[in-house]
Structure formats: C-alpha cells, structure tokens
Design a protein around this ligand. Structure first.
Ligand code: HEM
Length: 511
C-alpha cells in the first residue's frame, strides 16, 4: 500500500487515534488527574529514550527548549524529570532538596558501587550522613584541607619538574595524563599515606584507563536502568563491562588497604584518613547498628575518592587549557596578571590564587561551559511532590542538566563564547561556583552537593595557574585544536589535549 493511502485509511486513522487516546487516559490516571510537567510523548516500552540520542546532555537540552525547563518524560518504564534552567534547579535542589536527595538504584551501578555502599551512590540515611561528615571533618572541609596543603605543594612541584623535563626532552605533554597522575598521588597520600605513581608509565596509564572506563561506562544510558525488567538480559553489555572494571578496581583497592594495614605501625601518632575511619568504626563496633560504617564502606570510600576526586578536576583544567590555547589573548591576560603578582622568579603557589581574580574567572568560565559532570549524578525521590504547579509522581528520577544551565540564554550573554570577563564585571560578576548561585552549579547544590568541592576548586585553580604561569603551551606543528566532547558520567575532551611546552620562568623556579 502507498504511504498516502495508509495515511488516509480509516482503520489506520481510527486505530492510531485509539492508541493515542488510551495513552493520554493512562497518563492522566497515573498522575491522579493532576497535571504533569510538559514533555515528549515517546514510544511504547522505550518511552523517550530514543529521542535523547547518543549525547544525552545535548539531546535533553534540545527537548527542554521545546517543552520547558521542568520537563517530565518516561524513559523506558521510569519517570524522569529534567531541570534545565537555574530556576528549575533551585526548585529541586533547594525547595525539594530533602525529597530528591536519594539516588536511583539502577542496575548498572550495583557492582561498581559495592551495592550502593559509596557516598556518591549511597542512599540517604544515617550511614551516608556519617560518611559525608567524616570526610568533611577529617579530609575535605576547609580546616582539614589546610592540614594537607604541603601534600598539594609537594605534588605540584613534582609535576612542574616533570613537565620541565618533558620540555627539555622535546616531548609532548598530555595534559589529562599528568594531571590525573598528580591528583591520584595527592588523594593516595591523604587517604592512605601512599603516592601511587612515581612516573608516567604503564601503571599510571592503566589507572587512568580504569577511571575513564568507569566514567564513560556509568554515564551510558543503559536500557536496563530504565526498563528494569530487562536488566537480566543486559542488552548493551553495560553491566558486564562495569562488573569487569569493578573487579579490576577492587583488586587495586584491596591491595592498597592490605598494604595500609601492614604499615599501621609506621603511622603511629600520624593517622591518615583511613586510620581515622577505622577508628570511628572501632568506636561504634558494639552499637550493633546496621547504619554504622562497614569494611565495604571503607572500600567504597576509597573508590569514590579516586574516581570522583581525580578525573573531575583534571577535565575542567584540561578544557580551560584548551580554551586558552584557542584564545591567546586570554592566556596573555592571565600570564600578565600572574607575572605582576607572582613575578617570574618563582613558581605560583596556592596562596597566590586569592590575588589572581582573572585566573579565578578563567576557571569559573571553564566550569560554566565545560562542566565535568554534565548531567550531575542522578537524584531520586520516592515521594510525590508539586513543583511550579506541576505534579511530580513518586519514584521519579531527577536529572539536573548542569551543562544546559551553564548555557542558559536568559542568564548568560553570548553563552557559547569563552569569556572570563563576565565574572569580573556586569550582572554575573558575583556568581560563585560553590552551590550558592543556581546559575553556575558545576558541583551540584543542596545536600548532595559535591563533598570535595573545595578540593576540586583548589586542584583546578592552583594546578592550572601554576602550569600556565610556568610554561607557554602550543599544539604540535600542523595540528588543529579539537573541541569535541565525549559523553559519559563525566565529559572529557574527545581528543585528549597534548601540547608542546616551553618554560617562561627563571631556571631556579623549576628546581
Ligand atoms: C572540579 C572538581 C569536581 C567537580 C566539578 C565535582 C562535581 C561533582 C558533582 C556535580 C557531584 C554530584 C552532585 C549531586 O549529586 O547533585 C559530585 C559529587 C561528589 N563528589 Fe565531586 N566534583 C569535583 C571534585 C571532587 C573531589 C576532589 C572529590 C573528593 C576528593 C569529590 C568527591 C565527590 C563525592 C564523594 C560526591 C558524592 C556526594 C554525595 O552523593 O553525597 N569531588 N561532585
């Protein structure tokens, strides 16, 4: 039958009308007759999944332009609400914060998170609260951070010398590789008193590969996460892939913790974070409380630190560096500021950052345009609620499109341009990135806000600042800058940034 004939066939027409009607009636009754937020209708079983496309942050942003900043869709059989503007994010992460502070128990995260026993994927409750509290008090809060400033300084110095060495040898520097190694070494020292990698070699590369696999694998839109009935078939092989990475990661964590136990005597009087965590477990061991921290939580904690704490900051610093190579006038202005404040006789120190407003603006601009987790980590509410007059049913997942919020045209002038000056004067000058202003939320906001936000900020500002102050960065002859994004739970550059570097400070500064 010709297409035109099909379209006018009365049976086909009435059949289609009936399906649409049944769908609308079901939708109406499921919402108890209350109005759901607007959203695309989607397909049977898969819902809107096929409409989202291979890069969900851009696909969902395009759908939000059509349906609105609070959008409800069925992804498979799961209800999902997407917040795509600062006001919408505020509604969910401030007004409805307590309700939406859970995580969805998706199939793909089961193994990699030790059965949701990490901070990042743990369900809201006393154990999760306790883990956040201990990490803030002993590791990642402002006071705790000042206690390990010397570790950051030492690792920054090693990085500087390594990059200077690569420059002298005429070797290319892979920005994400050297940064992830430095951050992993810092995290290793502050959590379990161990530097992981001395040089960039096979071991460091394997580690970086593991992190990349976790982040790209867990950000995939896995059909089983949205149609749980299909999870035992693992149609895309995502669960099997993540299980394999989990086993590799668990091997590494187990041997780090074994070594840590074996060297306990050497740390007497100088406990590291894992020692403190274990002491807190010992204090509570008789409480017989299912909510106290267990050995599995300790492993989950180490996993969180190495995954959430290394790649995220390196991705933002790498994007910032790429934007600076693309815009030489921005590099020149940043270097002029650093030369004026720091001079060329020594390297930039962390304490200099407070006197470098342009550098701070460059970092914020990179966080706005290239947030490392474009859709944050999914939130979940088991209870129903009302947002902007719309009914949000219970058991709804929340995606906050951080990427779209950073490009919101109502907030940002020429949102696609990399323009750090917007943080120095004008209406967005005072927007901060630490969860107080919903226009810029690279670390999220509310009770699930990134627990390592202060460390993340320092990693980006200090290490980017030091590298841009100490070296000129340029691409190898004939190479073009590729600014493609690669989507996963995190969003690195699709093509890692590799550059030729030339020192620009007095030789003594590299010693
Ligand atoms: C520039 C660097 C970083 C960025 C952009 C970043 C971003 C984020 C985001 C968007 C979330 C999810 C927030 C939400 O669910 O609403 C998150 C959670 C988290 N981040 Fe970070 N992060 C960074 C650095 C770090 C560092 C250095 C650490 C630790 C050393 C860390 C540890 C965590 C943990 C444990 C969570 C889970 C919190 C929870 O679920 O309660 N992050 N981060």
């Amino acid at each position: 039958m010709q297409l035109a004939a099909v379209c006018t066939d009365p049976w086909v027409l009435s059949g289609t009308a009936l399906v649409v009607l049944v769908h609308l009636v079901l939708r109406h009754f499921r919402s108890g007759g209350r109005r759901l937020p607007p959203g695309p209708r989607g397909f049977p079983i898969l819902g809107a999944l096929p409409l989202v496309g291979p890069t969900p942050h851009t696909g969902l942003a395009a759908l939000a332009r059509k349906h609105g900043p609070v959008m409800y869709l069925k992804m498979g059989t799961c209800g999902v609400v997407v917040a795509s503007s600062p006001a919408a994010a505020r509604q969910f992460l401030k007004v409805q914060d307590a309700r939406f502070a859970d995580r969805p128990a998706v199939a793909s995260a089961v193994d990699i998170t030790y059965g949701f026993q990490t901070i990042a994927f743990g369900m809201q409750g006393p154990r999760w609260k306790q883990m956040r509290k201990l990490s803030t008090v002993h590791l990642l809060g402002a006071q705790a951070m000042s206690e390990w400033a010397s570790v950051r300084r030492d690792e920054a110095g090693r990085l500087l010398r390594d990059v200077a060495g690569a420059s002298a040898a005429g070797e290319l520097v892979s920005v994400p590789d050297v940064l992830v190694r430095a951050f992993a070494n810092i995290i290793g020292q502050i959590t379990l008193s161990k530097r992981l990698f001395d040089t960039q070699g096979d071991e460091a590369n394997r580690y970086k590969e593991m992190i990349t696999l976790v982040q790209s694998g867990s950000g995939l839109f896995n059909i089983s996460d949205f149609v749980p009935a299909l999870s035992r078939f693992d149609l895309q092989g995502v669960q099997a892939k993540l299980r394999k990475i989990h086993l590799r990661f668990d091997d590494m964590i187990t041997s780090l913790l074994d070594e840590h136990s074996a060297t306990a005597k050497q740390r007497q009087g100088r406990p590291d974070f894992i020692d403190k965590l274990k002491a807190s477990m010992a204090d509570n061991k008789d409480s017989n409380d299912a909510d106290t921290i267990s050995e599995v939580n300790v492993k989950g904690f180490v996993f969180d630190m190495f995954t959430a704490g290394t790649d995220t900051a390196s991705i933002i610093a790498e994007w910032a560096m790429a934007e600076m190579i693309k815009n030489p006038s921005i590099t020149a202005r940043a270097q002029e500021e650093m030369d004026r404040v720091v001079g060329r006789g020594r390297r930039l120190e962390e304490s200099d950052v407070a006197s470098l407003p342009y550098l701070q603006a460059v970092c914020k601009e990179a966080m706005r345009l290239h947030p490392s987790t474009p859709l944050s980590i999914p939130h979940f509410s088991a209870e129903e609620c009302e947002v902007d007059g719309y009914h949000i049913p219970r058991n709804t997942q929340l995606l906050v499109n951080i990427w779209a919020i950073g490009r919101d045209e109502a907030t940002w002038e020429d949102p696609l341009e990399f323009r750090p000056e917007r943080f120095l004067s004008g209406p967005t000058a005072n927007v901060d990135a630490l969860g107080n202003h919903f226009e810029l939320i690279p670390f999220g906001a509310g009770r699930r806000i990134c627990v390592g936000k202060l460390a993340g900020m320092v990693f980006v500002q200090y290490f980017l600042g030091m590298l841009v102050h100490a070296f000129e960065w340029r691409l190898p002859e004939g190479e073009k800058l590729d600014m493609e994004e690669q989507f996963g739970l995190t969003m690195p550059k699709a093509v890692p940034l590799r550059a030729i570097v030339t020192p620009r400070l007095a030789p003594a500064a590299y010693a």
